[in-house]
Each structure stands twice: as structure tokens, then as C-alpha cells.
Design a protein around this ligand. Structure first.
Ligand SMILES: Cc1ncc(COP(=O)(O)O)c(C=O)c1O
Length: 493
């Protein structure tokens, strides 16, 4: 049974028995009463128009009108000029949330009030260029050939793949062509497809940055391979440890390591590519945050260094909004077939109009302009964050400021992440400890990871960054109350 909207009100599935002796009008009344009592039709919900219901049920319109009048008289329904006949409030089952009926219930009360949430990985949602996106959708709808409404190319819209490959060559110094591009529903889906293809091509172990993006260990295991935790130091992934681990694939975030914020240095980039060649391996390059580099021009994608060894993954989740759910892979030639096969078997593709809209957005220059504008917005937030930390948590090291939308604040000796998280939350500020990002897997090398907080500022405006850090300073003092010298000038390292 489904209730669908049409110009004449919603459809309603009812079945009248024409073989028995019960008059159709009585059956109709009974069925509507039961539907209201049992909550199949909920308070405020609109009924089909009498014209529509009489046509659907093949009965006279007068019979439906009489039935509605009877149920209005009994208090089951209400009729109002202009808004049709609706289920009365206060009878039958509970009111459901309905976008049309206006019977919204409040969201469940949060355990703690949160005024400032330094959540990792959320871009400024209010800056999503909705007018541009709507323009692009209209453009796509206007010019799309009817054929795009059928099943798409297995790898995704050819037009979008051409635009994406060109974008990656232009902005990320890549070398891929449209034939290497695969459209996906964001980074996460791309990673799952790539891992599936690697597992089926015989890879058994996958190196993961530790600390690193959450849940990748689980994704690697689900794909039937073994994750290995590889340490990250101040120059990026420890390639020597990776070499010793025996892994033949690795997932990295070189542009701005998630979560330490380290930018992978040139020697490590060279070493990583050399490792991949040595072991006949593959580097999965999560290129997120690459566009938001502050201290210099963005460094090019690893894919441009070694197109046959690096599979680059891109996404709109940080540059536009996660809700757009589009991303792309630029795949080494030998893996294009296996990756496309994974996609074909598991998803059949991404929404056709959205793909064409993205192509239009990128080709028109609107996407580049938005990214440039956001780079300045995030740069200012980053500066405000750094200034506020210097004022309210002096002496503490704030790392990862060169790029992206998060930074890492090392905690003073003696303070623990959970203590600071709790103390800040009591003051309506949410912060997240670095230890949430430890990889659950055998380690290629033991490393000590400092107690620290990952401070995401993508979706926190400047005023809230200031307030949040001020509160955080108080929380730090609380949490380190038993270690009086914890917060304060620290000896130079
Ligand atoms: C490290 C990293 N890469 C990429 C993404 C983007 O993922 P998706 O495109 O699936 O939203 C995220 C999302 O938070 C992330 O944390």
C-alpha cells in the first residue's frame, strides 16, 4: 500500500468486495474508519478528492461524498474549504511526520546542548552554492538528450568523466583521461569499489595511515583483506614501515593527512611511488582537502607522478556539500575494468541529471569560483583558530594549519582526551580526541601518538571558533587542574 501525491490529492489503496452482499458505500465507510483507527491514515493526513477516489474505485462520486460527510459527522474526518478532506487530529493512531500535513514533531532532545561543534570533516554547509547548483541542474535538464534517462555508461556519464579528467589535469596536475575516470557516489563508495577490485586481483594486505580516517580498517576487512596500521610522522606516512609490512596497497591522504593534518613532503611522495613500483603495488590517494592549501600553491596529485600506480579518489563532500553525493576515481589503466565491474555489480550508477549538472557547474567556472571563495573563508577561520588558541591555550602546539578545514591541538602533559572532551561538552562545546582515529589492525611499527584534539572548523563560523576556543581553554584548565603546570608556556622542542 502506498500513498502517492497527484494533482487530485493522494492515492489511497482500498479494495471493495463486489461479490458479497455488503453495500459498497458501507464497505467504503468501514474501511476508512479502520484505516484511521489503526493509524494507516494519520492525523492531519489528506484524503483523495471525491473525484479521484470515485474514479479509482469505480463508484459514483456521490457515494464518496456521502461517505466523507458521514465520517466528518462522526469526527473521523474534517473538511475545510481549499484544503480538502483530512483525517481529524486526536483520533486513531499517532500523527506521523509529513512534509505536507505540517504535523512535525520536535527532534529528540540531545543529551547535551552543543553550541559549538568542532566536528571533523564537515564543510560550511551554509555556503553550499545552491543557486549555482540549481542553475546547473536546469542547464542539465534543458540540454540532456533523452538517452541519459536510460542506463548510463558503466563508468558514469562520459561528458562528466571528460570534465573531471580535464579538471584533475588542470587543477591537480594529473594525467588521466576520461577513459580512466569512474563516477561514484562520493569517496566512500569509490574506496569500497577500489578495495573490491584490489581484493579480486590478489592483494591480501592494505596499509592504512595510523592515526587515519575512521572505519577504513573495517572496510578493508569487509573486502576480504587484512589492514595493516602504518605510522604517520611529521613528514607523512612512514614508507619504510610500509615496506616492511608486506602490504601491496595503501590508502593515503597526502594533501592534508586525516587526522594529523600533516602535508606529505616531497621525499615521502617520491618514496611512496618508488615503493609502489618495487612491490607492484597500488596507492589509493584520497585527494580530499587538496584545493584548500594556504601556505603555498597546492601540490599536485600523486596520480600525476605515477598514473599506473596511483588511483586518485576525489569528492564534492568537502568542496560543495556531502549531500551532493558525487565523487570520482581516476584509475590506473590495468584496474579500470575491474573497478567498473565492481561498480556495475553493486550500484548501476549515479543519478544522471546530477552528473550532467556537475559537468555544467565545472565547465562554467562556477565550481572553481566557489572553491576559491571557500579557500579564503577557511583561511580566515584557520587564522582565527590559531589566534584564539594562542590566547586561550598558550604554549600548546597546534598542527596541520597548512591546509584543509581542521587542525590538531596537542594536549598538555597529564591531561587526557576524554577528560577534555567531557569538560568541554559540559560547557556546550564538542571536541573530539585524536585517539578516535587509531586504526584497529596489526601495526607495522609501534608509535606513540600524543593526546590531542582534532578541531574541525569547516562548519564553525569565526565567532563560534572564538567562543569555542575560549571555552576550550577553560575546559583544559579544569581537566588539568591536578597538573597545575599543564597549560602554559612550553619549552621549545
Ligand atoms: C579523509 C576523508 N576523505 C574523504 C571524505 C569524503 O568522503 P565522501 O565523499 O564519501 O563523503 C571524507 C569525509 O568525511 C574524509 O574524512
Amino acid at each position: 500500500m502506498g500513498v502517492t501525491w497527484s494533482g487530485d490529492g493522494p492515492a489511497l489503496l482500498l479494495a471493495l468486495d463486489r461479490t458479497g452482499g455488503t453495500p459498497l458505500g458501507h464497505q467504503l465507510q468501514d474501511q476508512l474508519r479502520v484505516a484511521v483507527r489503526q493509524g494507516r491514515l494519520s492525523a492531519g493526513e489528506r484524503l483523495p478528492s471525491s473525484r479521484r477516489l470515485s474514479a479509482d474505485l469505480q463508484v459514483s462520486r456521490g457515494m464518496v461524498v456521502a461517505c466523507y460527510e458521514q465520517l466528518i459527522a462522526e469526527g473521523y474526518l474534517v473538511g475545510a474549504a481549499g484544503s480538502g478532506t483530512r483525517v481529524a487530529v486526536g483520533v486513531g493512531g499517532p500523527a506521523r511526520r509529513s512534509p505536507r500535513a505540517g504535523t512535525t514533531s520536535p527532534p529528540p532532545a540531545a543529551e547535551h546542548r552543543v553550541d559549538v561543534d568542532f566536528a571533523y570533516g564537515v564543510p560550511d554547509l551554509r555556503s553550499m552554492p545552491l543557486p549555482d547548483w540549481l542553475w546547473a541542474l536546469r542547464e542539465a535538464g534543458r540540454s540532456a538528450p533523452t538517452a541519459v534517462m536510460g542506463d548510463e555508461d558503466d563508468a558514469g556519464s562520459l561528458r562528466l568523466r571528460e570534465v573531471l579528467a580535464a579538471y584533475h589535469r588542470r587543477v591537480r596536475a594529473g594525467t588521466a583521461e576520461a577513459e580512466h575516470a569512474v563516477v561514484v557516489n562520493g569517496f566512500r563508495q569509490g574506496l569500497v569499489l577500489a578495495l573490491g577490485a584490489l581484493a579480486r586481483s590478489g592483494v591480501e594486505q592494505v596499509g592504512l595511515e595510523d592515526p587515519g580516517p575512521r572505519q577504513h580498517d573495517e572496510l578493508v576487512r569487509r573486502a576480504g583483506m587484512q589492514p595493516v596500521a602504518v605510522p604517520v610522522d611529521r613528514a607523512g606516512l612512514d614508507v619504510d614501515a610500509l615496506r616492511r609490512s608486506g602490504a601491496r596497497a595503501v590508502v593515503v591522504t597526502p594533501a592534508h593527512q586525516c587526522p594529523t593534518g600533516v602535508v606529505m613532503g616531497p621525499e615521502r611522495r617520491q618514496a611512496l611511488v618508488a615503493w609502489a613500483t618495487e612491490v607492484d603495488g597500488i596507492v589509493l590517494e584520497d585527494d580530499y582537502d587538496a584545493e584548500f592549501r594556504y601556505d603555498r600553491q597546492p601540490v599536485g596529485s600523486l596520480q600525476g607522478l605515477a598514473a599506473d600506480r596511483v588511483l586518485a579518489l576525489g569528492s564534492l563532500s568537502k568542496t560543495l556539500a556531502p549531500g551532493i553525493r558525487l565523487g570520482w576515481l581516476l584509475v590506473p589503466p590495468s584496474l579500470v575494468g575491474p573497478v567498473v565491474r565492481e561498480k556495475l555489480l553493486t550500484s548501476r550508477g549515479a543519478p544522471a541529471l546530477d552528473q550532467l549538472a556537475l559537468a555544467a557547474l565545472m565547465e562554467s567556472g562556477r565550481y572553481d569560483r566557489h572553491v576559491l571563495r571557500m579557500r579564503e573563508v577557511y583561511r580566515r577561520r584557520r587564522d582565527v583558530l590559531a589566534g584564539a588558541v594562542a590566547a586561550h591555550a598558550p604554549g600548546l602546539r597546534l598542527a596541520g594549519l597548512e591546509a584543509g578545514c581542521h587542525a590538531v591541538l596537542e594536549l598538555p602533559p597529564g591531561t587526557t582526551e576524554p577528560d577534555v572532551e567531557r569538560s568541554a561538552l559540559r560547557r556546550a562545546v564538542r571536541v573530539h580526541g585524536l585517539s578516535h582515529y587509531r586504526v584497529d589492525a596489526p601495526r607495522a611499527a609501534e608509535v606513540e601518538v600524543p593526546a590531542a584534539l582534532v578541531l574541525g572548523f569547516g562548519n564553525v563560523d569565526e565567532g563560534r571558533v572564538l567562543r569555542g576556543v575560549e571555552v576550550l581553554g577553560q575546559a583544559l584548565s579544569d581537566a588539568s587542574a591536578r597538573v597545575p603546570s599543564a597549560v602554559g608556556p612550553r619549552p621549545a622542542r
